[in-house]
Ligand binder design. Sequence first.
Ligand code: PLP
Length: 678
Amino acid sequence: MGSKIGGQELEKELSGVNLLPVDAGETQKVAPVKKWTIEDSENLYRIPGWGEPYFSINAAGHITVTPQGDRGGSLDLHELIESLKSRNIGLPLLLRFSDILSDRIERLNACFSRAIARYNYPNVYKGVYPIKCNQHRHIVESLVHYGKPYQFGLEAGSKPELMIALATLEPVLNPKNDQSEALLVCNGYKDKEYIETALLGTRLGHKPLIVIEQLEELYLIIKVSRQLNITPHLGVRAKLSTKGMGHWGNSTGDRAKFGLTIPEMLTVVTELEKVGMLDSLQLLHYHIGSQISAINVVKDAIREASQIYVELVKLGANMQYLDVGGGLGVDYDGSKTNFYASKNYNMQNYANDIVAEVQEACEEANIKAPTLISESGRAIASHQSVLVFDILSASEVPCQPPQPTGEKEHLIIRNLWETYNSINEQTYQEAYHDAGQFKEEAISLFTFGYVTLKERARAEQLYWACCHKILTIARQQDYVPDDLEDLEKIMASIYYANLSVFQSVPDSWAIDQLFPIMPIHRLDEEPTNRAILADLTCDSDGKIDKFIDLRGDIKSILELHPLRYKKDSSSPEPYYIGMFLVGAYQEIMGNLHNLFGDTNVVHIRMNPKGYQIEHVVKGDTISEVLSYVQYNAEDLFENMRRRTEQALQENRMTIEESQLLLQDYERSLRRYTYLVSE
Ligand SMILES: *Cc1c(COP(=O)(O)O)cnc(C)c1O
């Protein structure tokens, strides 16, 4: 299959692009040049697909954030960054919009209540937020606050998360009023202490639902609840046979890491019955993996789970809750397809299918419909965070117009020159192979001493000139042959980003997750460069070279604007890139590769006058990251002082040099781990 390098409208408008200095005139058709508009940027970066209703472009060509969708005010992201910078809050910077969080909770609940009304479902929906998705205090606290009107609860997957939940979720002091109560779903591996803590939470007014994930936990729970004399509310996690998809596809099936097989579930029922505790079994839980892209997988799972639920009721369990876990997807590429970075359904379809399937199964079996629980993390937390970073510099593929060759030049150079001249719409594919071969030959001749360093340089220049010319032609074709697919990649500029991929977007590195990435300003200007992003770490994996594209494709370059340089300055004017939908999982999975620490975080909240800064969480300083690896800043500084003193004594250093070194060292210890542009 041929691949598409360009072929979109914008290709036809290429004019004076910096990749075109080579004989551009001969291939360029003289067409009226259409001015680049913000609509062109919208289409190119696909904002309506992934950004609605929160992100769009304003007339100034800047990204606008509308945290409450069409119901509230908006702010200009570029202005916000400038104003934060003037308050000494530097880049990279993670922005969190609390109103988006609130809007997500509201939307999820609205979808379920519409579905419940539509199908006349005779029970309610009570969602919980899985803390593991983003545990930061301000987020969990906001979620609990915004979730209150919906009795939105929390899900803990470990002991530390349980501890957050117990202390953050508001207990219900009037336990008779069951309706007002948010749930606390207790998942994950459990030891005695976990179970004791969860059970004692009941005494505070919480409703912990302890989900049995492993058979061994059952015996421990029976023992501990008897010792404490507290009746537990229990759940079982089922290993469904429905196959998940994508990265988390093996969260289901007999050999899944978590959950009980059907025979094990029956053992739970008989064991509980034996000790007279079958009344405690109230919940059925499953989780088929995150980011489910296809609605039929959601349907298959709920259908299977509904039957298990019905059977558990028939076995005499006091069933009350059906918990469908996470998996509600986020449309990262905006394509609305079942591609892994997308999903072919919306939140309402999701809620409808769950409600309808459970309703049907319960009606058929003539049993009471359960309270529905979902544990959506990604769909709640992703949209609220935007990472903004600046570009420090860019490196472009060398591209000088080639000089004609003389008779006397080396044969290999004359061959390359001839190839260069022969390139046209008919020959460009063949020429690409020839040029590559001649370049390889030149290198090999050099290695054996038949070609001088100057000749090799000349050969390489000619090779790049060929590539430029070929690419110019290839971009004008609708489809180009497979073997030219790499050309765009080879010719891409490298934009150096003030960021660590490992700290800020680990999933981009670890599992090739795609996030929408685009400049947050200059969007009324055509982005004429094609680039990949390289981060600050000394790791060749520290780059981003996969970007969202049309219809579930991935493209290997991102269109960016040429950097502008101030007069007499070697550093470029600020150029800001935003990475969107990064609120789920990225922060906590980030690591300290090369000791780049947490970024600055700013919480923004809208108010009638505009916006206000709710919290600023300063990123790590160098002393802080050093302490994570057991260095003490004072000891380090003391060592440096002693060494400078010695160098002074031995006249290896001037007093000014020693002052400068110690001053820089001391200041750096207190500094952000990222680069500060002058
Ligand atoms: C991770 C996880 C979730 C969250 O899944 P999302 O796809 O982010 O909504 C929910 N439940 C359990 C048990 C999980 O492990």
